[in-house]
Design a protein around this ligand. Structure first.
Ligand code: MF3
Ligand code: CO
Length: 235
């Protein structure tokens, strides 16, 4: 999982330089796929439930699962890229939201609040806490920043499959769910909207958008619970 995570992390780092006004979402996907294959690894998303690409590329009001295509990014857009890699049967899964050129203060605030909410949750990723302590911390931070938490999609356990138990909501009361224990591997992935939390799926059966058209951001890492500090496999 660490080997797989290293490649996922490197891709997300390099995308920061690649993502510029004028690039198509398909070009982002091509870079992701080419890099994974060049490492001798497998893109986890391609063919997953029939998903047609190696990356999910979600622009502006698109929350997650945007399908890459001919759309060109333009200055002021924000774009979320989600990448999954398989190495010798072991998965990693991570996402970032990038600013395309200069973006509005509201957009920059949303991206920052989403990333911060992940790190608030991470503070509870150790033995002695329960799973929903992570969820609750993410929600608290996102809502204090004036944003809302997507309810219909959640984080997940990860390992020999992309989606394992438990589901990890990014909201809810603390103190519930399983006790966190060394060896647990979790994909923690706040999906945060600037407006209402309500989302819907488009006609393509994949692209999730905000119902009110407000911006959405995503930040995800594959995390391992240890005796003390959690390991981040995708940074
Ligand atoms: N990273 C996403 C998740 O955590 C998976 C993308 S869905 C896929 O569920 F179909 F594209 F694989
Ligand atoms: Co995930």
């Amino acid at each position: 999982m660490a080997e797989s995570g290293r490649v996922t992390a490197r891709i997300l780092r390099e995308l920061a330089d690649l993502i510029r006004p004028g690039i198509t979402t398909a070009a982002i996907d091509e870079f992701v796929e080419k890099t994974i294959l060049s490492e001798g690894m497998i893109p986890a998303f391609k063919g997953y439930s029939g998903y047609p690409a190696s990356a999910c590329v979600s622009v502006n009001e698109q929350v997650v699962h945007g399908i890459p295509g001919r759309r060109k990014l333009k200055e002021g857009d924000i774009v979320s890229v989600d990448v999954g890699t398989i190495y010798q049967g072991y998965y990693s899964d991570a996402a970032r939201t990038y600013a395309v050129g200069a973006v509005s203060e509201d957009a920059a605030h949303l991206i920052r609040a989403t990333e911060e909410s992940f790190f608030e949750g991470l503070k509870y990723c150790r033995p002695g806490f329960r799973l929903s302590d992570v969820s609750s911390a993410i929600q608290r931070h996102a809502e204090a920043a004036g944003c809302s938490v997507v309810r219909d999609f959640v984080g997940h356990g990860i390992g020999r499959a992309m989606h394992e138990e438990p589901q990890i909501p990014n909201y809810g009361p603390p103190g519930r769910g399983p006790k966190l224990q060394p060896g647990m591997c979790l994909a923690i992935e706040p999906m945060i909207n600037a407006g209402s939390w309500k989302v819907k799926v488009l006609e393509d059966d994949w692209t999730v958008v905000t119902v009110d058209g407000s911006l959405s951001a995503h930040y995800e890492n594959t995390v391992v619970i240890t005796e003390d500090e959690p390991l981040l496999l995708t940074i």
